[in-house]
Design a protein around this ligand. Structure first.
Ligand SMILES: [Zn+2]
Length: 295
């Protein structure tokens, strides 16, 4: 199901329409029991601020509190538009593009994309099973003193990922690829009975000992790419997508923000088959979103 720009603009034409939507997502109907006076009442939007007031006791509810739009002065329809852009483009949207499209400062554009990436962060509770591929890759980051400009010394950061074929991916930036770090991650995200494929990287030799009994190895050094059900093509596909997004769209990312870009790639990957449009999914996340401290 494709959600078109026209539909988007009709649904979210201005700040008020977006605020109404956020109110309904977080508090339900405008006609509701007031948490302050306890009476069945109607809440009305206060024109001068982003709040709604109880008709009876004037208690105010702030729908954007604890959302990515908390305390923003940027119109909410701008925020929603960036969410729309980020979920309808294949390789993401650069902050400079948002800056140009909306006529906001780079700082604002960057803040918006960063906050929206936080909304994309998935809370994985289900372990991957079936055919699972494991691999690691290295992404160069421009390490920056100021954080965002990406200038300064370059370093390569490892990203570790597991994917279920025809299923979901999990990925994380690791301090380094060691047995300790990877094992902790695998225990959390992969079912013991999964059929695992890796390449010949020595670290994976001990998988059987650590309880992952079905482990097949692809020897890339011998130009092997598929051996029966053993292959790492799917996870490599995810990594190329991640890199296309980072180097194609963003050119460089800082070490500090790398995890958020990984989260964005994971979100996009995991929603690729879903019937619901990605934008709709993201909007629904506002319901119980809790702002997390930034990394
Ligand atoms: Zn009240």
């Amino acid at each position: 199901m494709k959600y078109t720009l026209q539909e988007f603009l009709k649904e979210y034409p201005n700040d008020a329409a977006c605020l109404d939507r956020v109110f309904k997502l977080r508090f339900g109907d405008m006609q509701r029991v007031c948490p302050c006076c306890g009476k069945e009442t109607t809440f009305r939007r206060v024109v001068t601020r982003r709040s709604y007031q109880c008709r009876l006791c004037y208690h105010q509810l702030y729908p954007t509190a604890n959302t990515p739009f908390n305390k923003t002065r940027t119109p909410l329809n701008y925020w929603f538009y960036v969410m729309y852009l980020m979920t309808t483009t294949r390789n993401g949207v650069a902050s400079t593009e948002v800056q140009r499209a909306l006529g906001v400062t780079y700082k604002t554009a960057h803040k918006m994309t960063t906050q929206i990436r936080k909304l994309m962060q998935e809370d994985h509770k289900i372990k991957l099973r079936g055919y699972v591929e494991i691999d690691e890759t290295y992404v160069s980051t421009g390490k920056s003193k100021k954080g965002d400009t990406g200038r300064g010394t370059e370093s390569k950061k490892p990203v570790f990922a597991v994917v279920e074929r025809l299923g979901e991916v999990r990925a994380t930036v690791m301090p380094e690829i060691t047995i300790k770090h990877t094992d902790k991650y695998l225990q959390k995200h992969v079912s013991k009975d999964a059929h695992i494929s890796t390449d010949e990287f020595p670290l994976y030799n001990g998988l059987k000992k650590r309880g992952f009994i079905n482990h097949g190895v692809i020897k890339h050094a011998m130009e092997e790419y598929r051996k029966g059900e053993t292959s790492t093509n799917t996870i490599e596909g995810f990594f190329s997508q991640l890199k296309r997004m980072i180097f194609g769209t963003h050119i460089h990312v800082s070490e500090q923000h790398l995890q958020k870009y990984v989260d964005e790639a994971v979100f996009r990957y995991n929603h690729r088959f879903k019937d619901v449009d990605m934008f709709g999914c993201l909007v629904l996340r506002l319901i119980d979103y809790q702002e997390k401290p930034s990394l």
